[in-house]
Design a protein around this ligand. Structure first.
Ligand code: SF4
Length: 213
C-alpha cells in the first residue's frame, strides 16, 4: 500500500524533460520543511491505495513517462515495488527526491532527480552527501536557489564534487517569484557555470499555486 496525495497527467515542468507530457504520482509525507516548499499540501493529505490501483490509474493516461514525486517519495517502502512495476510495464520512470534519503536502493533504470538543499531552504544540514557518489550518468542534480548565498553554495558544491562529470545535467532552479531568473542567468554566465537554468515551466503555463498540473 502507498499513501498517495494525487496522480495526474500534465506537462513536465522541471528537469531536462521539461515540456514533455508526463504522469505524476505524488506520494504523501515529507520529513523536511524547506522554506520555499510549494507542495506543503502533500505533507499530510492523501489516501491509502494499493499498488495495483496506482498502476491502473497511471495506465489510464496512456503516457509513456511517469514521475514519482512528493513530498518525499523515498519515505514509503512500497515506492520500491512501485518503481519495479512501472519499469516492467515499459515506462520511463523518473524519481524526484529531496536528496536527504539514500538513493542506493532505487532501481538503476530509474532517472533520479536529486536535490541538494541550499542554505536558504533551512534544510542544507540534511543533505545526504553520499548520494552524489551514487548518481548514474542519466541522473540529474537540482539546486533550488533563493538568493546569492544559495547560488554561491551551489557553485561550490558543483565544483567540489565535479557534478557535470557524474550526471546528465546540473539544474539551477531559482525560487519562483523570489529570485529573478535574469539575475541568476547573469551570475551563471559570468561564472561560466557548467549547469542548466531551470524555470518551473508549469508555473508559467498555469497560475503558480494551481494543483494537479
Ligand atoms: S523536500 Fe520537497 S516536499 Fe519536502 S519540504 Fe522540501 S520542497 Fe517540500
Amino acid at each position: 500500500m502507498l499513501t498517495i496525495n494525487e496522480i495526474f497527467h500534465s506537462i513536465q515542468g522541471e528537469s531536462t524533460r521539461a515540456g514533455e507530457p508526463c504522469v505524476f504520482v505524488r506520494l504523501t509525507a515529507c520529513d523536511l520543511r524547506c522554506s520555499w516548499c510549494d507542495t506543503a499540501y502533500a505533507f499530510h493529505e492523501g489516501s491509502k491505495r494499493s499498488l495495483d490501483d496506482v498502476v491502473a490509474t497511471v495506465e489510464q493516461y496512456g503516457c509513456p513517462t511517469v514521475e514519482i514525486t512528493g513530498g518525499e517519495p523515498l519515505l514509503q517502502e512500497d515506492v520500491y515495488p512501485l518503481m519495479d512495476r512501472l519499469l516492467t510495464g515499459g515506462y520511463t520512470v523518473m524519481l524526484e527526491t529531496g536528496g536527504h534519503r539514500p538513493i542506493d536502493r532505487v532501481p538503476a533504470a530509474v532517472v533520479k532527480i536529486v536535490d541538494v538543499k541550499c542554505p536558504g531552504s533551512g534544510e542544507s544540514h540534511r543533505n545526504c552527501w553520499s548520494n552524489l557518489a551514487a548518481l548514474a550518468p542519466h541522473d540529474e542534480v537540482k539546486f533550488v536557489v533563493k538568493d546569492r548565498e544559495d547560488y554561491e553554495f551551489a557553485r561550490e558544491i558543483i565544483a567540489r564534487y565535479d557534478l557535470p562529470s557524474k550526471c546528465a545535467s546540473v539544474l539551477i532552479s531559482p525560487v519562483h517569484g523570489v529570485l529573478d531568473s535574469r539575475t541568476v542567468s547573469e551570475w551563471m554566465l559570468a561564472d561560466r557555470l557548467p549547469a542548466r537554468l531551470q524555470l518551473q515551466l508549469h508555473k508559467f503555463i498555469w497560475a503558480p499555486t494551481t494543483r494537479g498540473v
